[in-house]
Ligand binder design. Sequence first.
Ligand code: UT7
Length: 323
Amino acid sequence: MTIRAVVKGVGHYLPEEVVPNSWFADKLETSDEWIISRTGIERRHFAANGETTSDLATNAAERALAASGLTANDIDALIVATSTPDLTFPSAATMVQARLGMERGFAFDIQAVCAGFVFAMSQANALIVSGQAKRALVIGAETFSRILDFDDRGTCVLFGDGAGALVLEAAEADGTAADRGILTVDLHSDGRHKDILYVDGGVSTQSTGQLRMQGKEVFRHAVEKLAKTAHTSLDKLGLSGDDIDWIVPHQANLRIIKSTAQKMGVGMDRVVVTVQDHGNTSAASIPLALSVGVERGQIKRGDLLVTEAIGGGLAWGSVIIRW
Ligand code: UT7
């Protein structure tokens, strides 16, 4: 008998303000046409003044708990994946814990930038499989609008704010690829690539900093590494692209999403795409896409999902889940 971390429910929250590409075209030398053709992004949401990452995370968490039929005090482990926490400390996760009225268990943040949710799911899975937690609430939440340089057209048009949350619960299973739950995880990082995607400030340098990216270089790594990690995860299970019902990729760029799907032999009719509406929400992008995919009626119980992401670090990886 094997213990699996099985999905109980999912939810998301997007700030009210929708920012269309035309907002940037009014301020910078860019155009709706350039942004759509190079990225697939049509609009993104920005948090209101005073609205923080833990606000977005709490809203998404409440929806995921409601979808699961659980309350906050049923949760043992609460993990927030974010690179844009409200404060240097305490963690966004403990702030969400308090806001949810959760008076037990433990909460902590994970920082692996755009790959954060994949790393957080891996950690939640390890806690559940090892028996340290029976139920985990895994949240990806970001306010990247706070670290954008709005004079840099190469980066500011790409990112948005939002949050998504997933409730996982321990369940006995057969230990085969037919089980529901997280089936396998593949994680990587390579710190030698720091300079192609980073924020040029932080606590220790006494500034907040802004996002800096060599887009073409990151693009090159993404196209190479995402399909590779997805294949590694599939190989571990003896599965192939034909077995996948949905790829739920990190939503950074439609061209990266298409190229990865093609390398995996999966048609775009089996890929959940939300980048047009959300832009790149970093650690929030996969749980947002999972929640929207369920809402649209795309993702159904029993479907085999591949999630994959890459971001600053570089850090990247994939998780295979049977929904
Ligand atoms: O989630 C973390 C991971 N991040 C990513 O996955 C992002 C990966 N990178 C990308 O998505 C793409 O590289 C970008 C969308 C950032 C850029 O697309 P690209 O096709 O690689 O364009 P480029 O950077 O090579 O720029 C092409 C041209 C340049 O002009 P010149 O030098 O050819 O005259 C840029 O200055 O496009 C120009 N450009 C723009 N033009 C209009 C760059 N940004 C813009 C813009 N509007 N917003």
